[in-house]
Design a protein. Structure first.
Length: 77
């Protein structure tokens, strides 16, 4: 999904609706971080590991920019 697709999808909901992410072990958390990151496909993706990983600066030709939405960590209190 890209930003344009996400915006179109979210426009179907009330603008005051809360956006959450799954919590660490259960429940849901507020989004506390939105930032741009460089990613690349994971070489040997297992079912329990994400399809993408952080791209090293020297691999910019194989990377793409992505927007990371991150939820409040349990350690943040």
């Amino acid at each position: 999904m890209n930003v344009e697709e996400l915006i179109k999808y979210l426009q179907a909901y009330p603008s005051h609706a809360r956006v959450v992410v799954p919590g660490y072990e259960g429940g849901y958390d507020d989004i506390t971080l939105v930032k741009e990151i460089s990613i690349k496909p994971t070489a040997d993706s297992k079912w329990y590991y994400g399809r993408y990983e952080k791209a090293d600066p020297e691999t910019t030709k194989q990377s793409e920019q992505a927007v990371l939405l991150f939820g409040k960590s349990r350690s943040e209190g």
